[in-house]
Design a protein around this ligand. Structure first.
Ligand SMILES: NC(=O)c1ccc[n+]([C@@H]2O[C@H](COP(=O)([O-])OP(=O)(O)OC[C@H]3O[C@@H](n4cnc5c(N)ncnc54)[C@H](OP(=O)(O)O)[C@@H]3O)[C@@H](O)[C@H]2O)c1
Length: 308
């Protein structure tokens, strides 16, 4: 990658950055609080201060986004990777609307703020690549992830519209759609729900959430989870592709799940399949997931952006 500037988040992109540092002329990793830079600086090694620099960025404020982009030489960004995101899980009866709005403020409006800031220049230059880290939950809803999935669906819809216009300006748009990944995201989610009482939700719903959904979710993370390094390698592949794809599922095990909704336009198939997986197969989830993992054939892998 030559002459590319990419404001990125540190967590997932850490390892990708390390491998890109040596060939790229400039990478800017962004974070809300530079006091947390140590891990990134250590991983960057010699590249820090040469091909990698750091900048403060809070995607939830217009000023921070402007300041970050204004700090880049000529405001020139070739590749923008939108990775910042927060999760929210639990019965919606117990989640205040303000908390739901925070998810949209980060996962949806945060990305739009960044795109609005760099897109005009990319259009003028007739070049550039906008990458959005979405989720498999931007394509298929998952029970008790209602608001998080909605924020990623919103992002998918927004980008699907914009991608067509951007094509006219030779600007590329790519979505990265990971399944579960072992990052702080998962730990934050588990810690968060353990502390909560779920006021407003009835006892049955809380029981389904805590005793049916959560154990299955932990199982799925354990069995199917990818590493941040896997995702970083997928992002690197998308950046380096001669014709990058718009949609990029990173985990082949999720292709059948996403395919269900396209196989039945009434939506019944996916709703009922998820119902059975959760409420009937719950205790067998671990066994079925492990079997699925080993049975996944090459054709599914070829439909994803595989990290390998
Ligand atoms: N982990 C998964 O299973 C999974 C699966 C599919 C998709 N994703 C998506 O992957 C992306 C990265 O998530 P992750 O798994 O790496 O989670 P993570 O470890 O929690 O990292 C999320 C990052 O987003 C940053 N962030 C949050 N709000 C921000 C804001 N207002 N401005 C700037 N940065 C902000 C956080 O910074 P602070 O450190 O300052 O909080 C954190 O570094 C997210 O978009 C997420 O939706 C994750």
């Amino acid at each position: 990658m030559m002459d590319r500037w990419s404001p990125v988040r540190e967590t997932w992109l850490l390892l990708m950055l390390v491998s890109v540092f040596h060939t790229s002329s400039a990478v800017i990793a962004t974070m809300r609080d530079l006091k947390r830079k140590d891990k990134l600086v250590e991983a960057a090694g010699d590249a820090y201060g040469k091909t990698l620099s750091l900048a403060v960025l809070d995607v939830c404020t217009d000023e921070s986004v402007k300041q970050c982009i204004n700090g880049i030489k000529d405001r020139h960004v070739d590749v923008l990777i939108n990775n910042a995101g927060i999760g929210l899980v639990g019965p919606i009866e117990s989640i205040p609307i303000d908390e739901m709005k925070k998810v949209f403020e980060t996962n949806f409006f945060g990305v739009i703020r960044m795109i609005k800031e760099v897109m005009p220049d990319m259009k003028r230059r007739k070049g550039g690549h906008i990458i959005v880290v979405s989720s498999v939950m931007g394509l298929q809803g998952v029970v008790f992830n209602d608001v998080y999935a909605a924020s990623k669906f919103a992002m998918e819809g927004f980008c699907e519209c914009l991608a067509v216009q951007l094509l006219k300006f030779k600007v590329t748009m790519s979505m990265i759609e990971p399944g579960p990944v072992h990052t702080e995201f998962e730990a934050k989610m588990i810690q968060d729900v353990q502390q909560k009482e779920f006021p407003g939700a009835d006892a049955d719903t809380v029981n389904y959430f805590k005793n049916v959904y959560l154990p299955s979710s932990v199982d799925i993370f354990e069995t199917l989870g990818q590493t941040p390094d896997d995702i970083a390698r997928c992002v690197k592949k998308v950046i380096e592709a001669s014709s990058p794809r718009f949609r990029n599922l990173t985990n082949p095990l999720y292709t059948p799940i996403v395919a269900l909704k396209y196989a039945d336009e009434t939506g019944g198939l996916s709703v009922h399949a998820f119902y059975h997986m959760l409420f009937n197969l719950g205790p067998l989830m671990h066994v079925s997931m492990t079997a699925m993992k080993y049975l996944t054939c090459g054709c599914l892998r070829s439909r994803t952006i595989s990290p390998n």
